[in-house]
Design a binder for this molecule. Sequence first.
Ligand SMILES: [Mn+2]
Length: 382
Amino acid sequence: MRVAHISDVHLGYRAYSRTDERGVNQREADVLRAFRYALRDALRAEPDLIVITGDLFHSVRPPNSSLVAAYRYLLDLQAQRKGAPLILLAGNHETPRMTESGCILALFNHIPGVVSVYDQITHIELPQIDAAVLCIPSRGVGELEQRILEPLPNYRWNLLLLHGILEGITPFALERPVDRHKIVRDEWDYIALGDWHLYTEVAPNALYAGATEFTSSNLWEEAGKPKGWILYDTATRTHEFRPIPTRKVYDLLPIDAAELTADELNRAIESRAQSIEDFDGAIVRQRIYNLLPELRSRIDGELVRELKMRALHYHLDPRPPRVGFRAGQSASAEASEGEERFTLADEWRMFAQNYPLPPDIDREAFIRLGSAYLEGGSSDAR
Ligand SMILES: [Mn+2]
């Protein structure tokens, strides 16, 4: 059986002030376009089952523009698939705090073949494809501890869907990560995961598809990493990651202004921007460390205005020196404390993203390995 796994679409996400030719927020339009691309690509792959593992919508009450478009896309898709099964799992973003408020996903149950799950852990049986799908929506994560999760033995294929972050996925401490051993088990033919916005293989049979566009709050952390969806084959337990073209996001190498003249600083700003070919229309951040107020006032306003015009969003992010800083102080003397400055990890990431690698080397693994060494940790950081 072939499964198309899409996740974290975040329809209705809006950012920045640009609008498209129809007056729709440009990022909202981008997110819609990524979704339409994913659906069309998935349709071409002719999957037996499509699953969307949460956060189809960015909010409990999405803007009408996105809601109407999503309905139309899914109606059209399901007509072409002749009502083949499609499961919508609710994520934290579209789940209201109050159960009585219902969930926008219920609307989609009226489309042939679509089943949405938003309230509690639910086992969905799909005899037409000889599959059973255990669905754990965002609201179901809280009841996980009291539940025994088991496949249904009378079905050829058993799948598990979860919207939640497994322990060990993010280096940052989470309040309540999901117990990995409870979820990641060999007995499931496929474990389709949502909530984490980066495509991540947890096990050959357990994958985060990642988001379809850049919609998370830690946008810059995701810069340079691909967005897409997953085509999974339950017979071989193998998958293919299918990339989705998105708006470009760049986190430029920070500038250390400590020892720069105004001219040098302005030239650095300009050359960093010129270093990326598709700057126009991109979302870009330029950090400047150790910027004293008198130098800050000499940043070329015309240059910055031009960059802001060309990019969809150009974020010039100046950071003043830490207290006690004196111009001319050597970089290493103060590198020990400040995270406000330009770290070796920053430089490594920027360097490794463009470094030519042999085709059989996984770039993400390569970058992670280097970062783990820099942190002084073990090489199997994740
Ligand atoms: Mn999400």
